[in-house]
Structures are given as structure tokens and as C-alpha cells.
Design a protein around this ligand. Structure first.
Ligand code: PLP
Length: 358
């Protein structure tokens, strides 16, 4: 029996995608072998690669002057690759809106001057901090943000608009493809794929072509975006199975009405949960209302002991992985694209029953 899995990542994949992958596991498209076994230089895999890239371009409406790169090392490796490739002036501005934003800025400090434009760290990142783009130094190479803060359940409703052509760089790991974005608002977007796109094993990087090719001579080849751009992300053996699975997820997403279609469903799902939390006398949402995430809903019960009982009893009822991150405490329901509305309804029904026992 499948459960409703509220894991923040790796997280639920659409069932039709898993079923199709299972069907194609031992014999992909008449090749007599699985995608895991085939040469990445052969025609069948080259077609998978092209299909995955094209689908992403189509779904996100990615303009021609942007590269679409597949890079191993997860989202965290981008914390280093971004300054190594883009911090050409030796300085950049960061907004510290969560744990991963913080990790990214700490990593960037190894490579140059990091100006923290704003931070909500002192308030356990319960909101997106106020910032003023006029405070960005003229010599900043880019402004870095995390569009959705996975651990704390917040997101930017409006994007910062840096002046003087300073590009916006975004970690979109936990909300890529969940709501419409205009790629042109960004110089670079990246996302670890293990939440809304596929199994763990790589990050997708969407980068404006003029921003790359400027890395220092001592930057390792495998950490240079230009290497990926020049070699169609196949300078070395790519994470082939992850690319294939990502392609299947993107096909599924297209069938859901694309990003606009799934966005409507995501708004509806999140609303069900927030509406319940807002009227509940025992559960309390953690994120500031104006900045609530559509993907990660954080909340607490009256005390830590009840939180633990809730998580344990929910798991027994088939509602799994609801424990909050250790830094935030409480609970977190991650309701990415693949979480059906029925899963959210089941959670709310369970919470309503549980509430009576508190
Ligand atoms: C917003 C965000 N950035 C970065 C990361 C780190 O991802 P990875 O484990 O792929 O390095 C995560 C992981 O959950 C995340 O949610």
C-alpha cells in the first residue's frame, strides 16, 4: 500500500511516473536493456536527454539565450559553483531567508565579499526579511535569493528587482515548476531535482549565456558551467537514470496542464491546510501569513510532546514524514506537485480528529 508521504525531499513522485518507470525498467523502448545500463552516448539515451531538456524549456518557457545544464552534486554544490562562476567582481549580495540561503552565503564567503542585504535569522526565519535593492553595492556581481525556504515554509511573493543590470540568482530547489516564473527575471535559476522533478542525483541550472565563461583559470573543469554548456552536460557520464526520470516527471506535469495547471492545484491544496490551521485552536502555523509557502507548510501543536505523538500517530494512519526539521521543530507537511489533493484532505481530517485528543 502506498502512503501519503509528506517528506521534504526526496519526496513523492507521481504514481503514473513510477508505474511507467517500472514497466520500462528491464527493457526500455525495445532496446532490451534498462536506461541504467545503456551508454550515455548511444541514440536512445541521447533522445532521452533531448526530450528532458526540451520539456523543461517548454514548461518553463526558457528563452534561447539561456543554457539548461544538468549538474551532479545536488543543490549544495551550487552554493560554490555560483560564486566560482559568477562572482567576477569579487563581491555579491545575499538575502538570508533560511538555512539553505545561509549555507549558500557562508560558502560564498570563501570566494569573495558577501553583503547580507537582509536576514530573518534572529526570528528563526519565520518570514522573508525586508530588503531594499538600493542597498545593493554597485560592485555586486549578483543578488542571491532562495525563492522557497523548505525548512521554515516561507516563499517570496514578489521578487526583488535589482538595479543596474545586476542579475538575480535563485535557489528554486523546493518550488521550481510549482508556480509560474518568468525566467527573464533571473540571471540564473537552479534546483536540486529531488523535490518537484525527479529522484536525487543532480541539479538543474538555467543560466543566461552571457553570464558564464568568466570563471577563473583555477576553477576545476567540473565546477565550470562552461564545461557543461560546451558538452551538452555530458563532459563525463551524466546521472542518466535521474535525467530519464526527470523527463517522465516533466511529461506528467505537461499532462497536468503544465506549470499554470499545477499552480492552481497547489494553491488549492495549500489553502485547505492553511484554512484548517487558521481556525484550529490547538495547531498553530509557524510562517508569517504574507510569506506562506505553497510547498512546505510548517506548524506546531501546544507542546513538543504532543508534536511527537502527532507525528507517530499520523505515520500509523498512512500520513508519513511529518516531523519538522530539527532547527524549526514541530511539524512540516511538504506538499509538492506530486502530492494529490486527497493526501492533504486526509491530513486535515486526521488533524481534526487528533485535535480532540489534545
Ligand atoms: C532550498 C534548498 N536549497 C538547497 C538544498 C540542498 O539540496 P541538496 O541536498 O541537493 O544539496 C535544499 C535541500 O532540501 C533545499 O531545500
Amino acid at each position: 500500500m502506498r502512503v501519503y508521504n509528506f517528506s521534504p525531499g526526496p519526496s513523492m513522485l507521481p504514481l503514473p511516473v513510477l508505474e511507467r518507470a517500472a514497466r520500462e525498467m528491464c527493457d526500455y523502448n525495445g532496446t532490451g536493456m534498462s536506461v541504467m545500463e545503456m551508454s550515455h552516448r548511444g541514440k536512445p539515451f541521447m533522445q532521452i536527454m533531448e526530450n528532458t531538456q526540451n520539456l523543461l524549456r517548454e514548461l518553463m518557457n526558457i528563452p534561447e539565450d539561456y543554457e539548461v545544464l544538468f549538474v551532479q552534486g545536488g543543490a549544495s554544490m551550487q552554493f560554490a559553483m555560483i560564486p566560482l562562476n559568477l562572482m567576477t567582481t569579487g563581491a555579491a549580495a545575499y538575502i538570508d531567508s533560511g538555512n539553505f540561503a545561509h549555507n549558500a552565503l557562508v560558502e560564498a564567503q570563501r570566494y569573495g565579499r558577501v553583503d547580507v542585504l537582509a536576514s530573518s535569522k534572529a526570528d528563526t526565519y519565520a518570514y522573508i526579511p525586508d530588503y531594499d535593492v538600493n542597498d545593493i553595492a554597485d560592485d555586486a556581481s549578483y543578488l542571491y535569493i532562495t525563492t522557497n525556504n523548505t525548512i521554515f515554509g516561507t516563499r517570496y511573493i514578489e521578487l526583488p528587482k535589482p538595479k543596474n543590470g545586476i542579475p538575480l540568482v535563485a535557489d528554486m530547489s523546493s518550488n521550481i515548476l510549482s508556480q509560474p516564473y518568468d525566467v527573464r527575471d533571473f540571471g540564473l535559476i537552479y534546483a536540486g531535482v529531488q523535490k518537484n522533478m525527479g529522484p536525487a542525483g543532480m541539479a538543474v541550472v538555467i543560466v543566461r549565456k552571457d553570464l558564464i565563461g568568466k570563471a577563473g583559470a583555477n576553477v576545476p573543469k567540473m565546477l565550470n558551467f562552461q564545461t557543461y554548456a560546451d558538452n551538452n552536460s555530458m563532459f563525463n557520464t551524466p546521472p542518466a537514470y535521474t535525467i530519464y526520470m526527470t523527463g517522465l516527471v516533466l511529461e506528467w506535469l505537461k499532462e497536468q496542464g503544465g506549470v499554470e495547471g499545477i499552480y492552481q492545484k497547489n494553491v488549492e491544496k495549500a489553502q485547505i491546510l492553511y484554512d484548517f490551521l487558521d481556525q484550529s485552536e490547538k495547531f498553530r502555523p509557524l510562517a508569517k501569513k504574507e510569506h506562506r509557502s505553497l510547498m512546505n507548510v510548517t506548524f506546531v501543536s501546544p507542546d513538543a510532546e504532543t508534536d511527537a505523538r502527532f507525528v507517530a500517530e499520523a505515520a500509523k494512519a498512512g500520513l508519513q514524514t511529518l516531523k519538522g526539521h530539527r532547527i524549526a521543530g514541530g511539524m512540516r507537511a511538504s506538499i509538492y506537485n506530486a502530492m494529490p489533493k486527497e493526501g492533504v484532505e486526509a491530513l486535515v481530517n486526521f488533524m481534526a480528529d487528533f485535535e480532540k485528543t489534545i
